[in-house]
Design a protein around this ligand. Structure first.
Ligand code: ZN
Ligand code: ZN
Length: 472
């Protein structure tokens, strides 16, 4: 062992632990900040609790969290290699905040299942993947991978559910559930909840304020899953700031089994590195027509993600927008406006008959900017009234609407769409999964989501709003 895990190293530097107390923490399985949070939530550490409580508060802020997309980058590169090297391990799964689809991830946690955990751990320790081994126990190893601490637990099948549950977190939820049941080990997470007298909660909902209450009253609906998504209505190509040509994106979408997609590059005056001029839009239209012949099983909608200008008008003539299959609109920049002005600007776009979807409505930038300070209730009401969908955008920088806002929107009667907003082919599926994970944090069900429905319903949704406007 060459380095200590971050937690123990910092506790030493802060002179909160000495050798004896460090050994006590290791014996209690307290190796990471997440372990410390859980130990404190359960009040079980052999060391001095008030000091550790202060340390936990300080160290949580010190640990630089990763964006969810970056965390998946590391884990999805690492796991297949690990699985290849250690065939004894039946399953490897990402746990911790990643499994809960938190936009910012502090602590990479992997859980695996094997008949002989110690042997599997030895195998992982020998793997030439990590730059450092920070802890090596019989059922747990902490590695440094790509500059990040990765906490890997291997358990026997009979205890897999318990380990998965505890490592998934969040700490307070784990402590609350464990308080309710006897000291049993469970093979599945469902068993953990059953023994606690609760309905099983999907990982993404365990941060929700009403999670435990819903589990007590068995009010846990079937949430939207990746398999419910029939198409992706928001993606970019080299016609604007996407990295991949349209043709590759379309082929990639068909390979994912989508029934339909919308190609939605940026409007002419958007801040993106490249945007759709009228000439480019014409070329794109012709290319899509050709692709429809080449890919008869995939419906390709020609769309655009049009900027909402500071006065609430759209960055494209109505005549052009009307010639498209679907129009998405977005507030990409605040232009220095305050919340009230931004709300009016957003609602003006919602009231435009050709706008079917508002993309990343809050325009949050994960880790840098919370969503705009707008009157969201007014936005939800206008969207519901006009038949305009609000998006849950799966791009790692957006993840917007957030779960909480998606839940509020659904309560107000809004139809959601879940999109990848993908700019590169290899993230097409992953960003959709992150969008789905974000929606699940807000208890979103398939019936709330437009792109869980067949193409004819999507077309009807667009047509209905366009028709109402022409009548009015
Ligand atoms: Zn956008
Ligand atoms: Zn976009």
């Amino acid at each position: 062992m060459t380095t200590l895990p971050f937690l123990l190293r910092r506790l030493r530097e802060l002179r909160i632990v000495d050798d004896a107390r460090e050994q006590a923490l290791v014996r209690d399985g307290v190796l990471t900040v997440a372990d410390l949070d859980l130990a404190l939530a359960e009040r079980r550490t052999s060391a001095d609790v008030p000091e550790l409580r202060r340390a936990a508060a300080a160290l949580a802020g010190e640990q630089r969290p990763l964006m969810l997309g970056r965390a998946w980058d590391i884990v999805e590169t690492f796991l297949p290699t690990l699985a290849g090297l250690c065939p004894d391990v039946e399953v490897f799964e990402a746990s911790g905040p990643m499994r809960r689809s938190e936009p910012l991830v502090s602590g990479l946690v992997i859980v695996g299942r094997a008949a002989d955990p110690a042997r599997a751990i030895d195998c992982i320790a020998r793997a030439p993947l990590a730059s450092d081994v920070m802890h090596h126990g019989p059922r747990r190893i902490v590695l440094l991978v790509d500059g990040q601490e990765m906490d890997i637990r291997i358990t026997t099948p009979d205890a897999y559910g318990s380990v998965l549950f505890v490592t998934t977190g969040p700490a307070q939820h784990v402590a609350d559930v464990l308080k309710r049941r006897g000291p049993r080990v469970c093979a599945s997470e469902a068993d953990v909840y059953t023994h606690a007298g609760l309905a099983c909660l999907p990982p993404e909902t365990r941060d929700a304020a009403d999670a435990l209450e819903r589990a007590e009253h068995a009010q846990v609906p079937r949430l939207v899953g990746r398999e419910d998504i029939r198409g992706d209505l928001h993606m970019h190509t080299t016609y604007s700031d996407g990295r991949e040509p349209l043709k590759r994106m379309a082929h990639g979408a068909q390979a994912l089994g989508y029934e339909y997609i919308a190609i939605t590059d940026h409007s002419e005056h958007a801040g993106a590195s490249r945007t759709l001029t009228p000439a480019l839009l014409g070329r794109q239209r012709a290319e899509i027509a050709q692709l429809r012949r080449d890919l008869p099983r995939l419906a390709i909608l020609h769309g655009m993600e049009v900027d909402i200008l500071p006065d609430g008008s759209l960055d494209c003539p109505d005549e052009t927008l009307a010639s498209l299959d679907i129009v998405l609109a977005s507030l990409h920049e605040s232009s220095g406006q305050d919340g009230a002005q931004l709300t009016r600007r957003c609602i003006a776009a919602i009231r435009h008959p050709l706008v079917s979807v508002i993309t990343h409505p809050a325009n949050q930038v994960v880790g840098r900017r919370a969503g705009y300070d707008m009157d969201y209730d007014a936005i939800y009401a206008a969207a519901a009234e006009t038949g305009t969908a609000l998006e849950v955008d799966g791009a790692p920088a957006h993840l917007d609407l957030s779960g909480e806002r998606a839940q509020a929107a659904v309560r107000a009667g809004v139809t959601l769409v879940i999109d990848s907003d993908c700019h590169r082919l290899r993230a097409l599926d992953r960003q959709m999964r992150m969008g789905v994970g974000t929606a699940r944090r807000g208890w979103v069900e398939p019936r709330h989501v437009l792109n869980c429905r067949p193409l004819r319903d999507v077309r009807a949704f667009v047509a209905r709003k366009r028709a109402t406007a022409s009548l009015g």
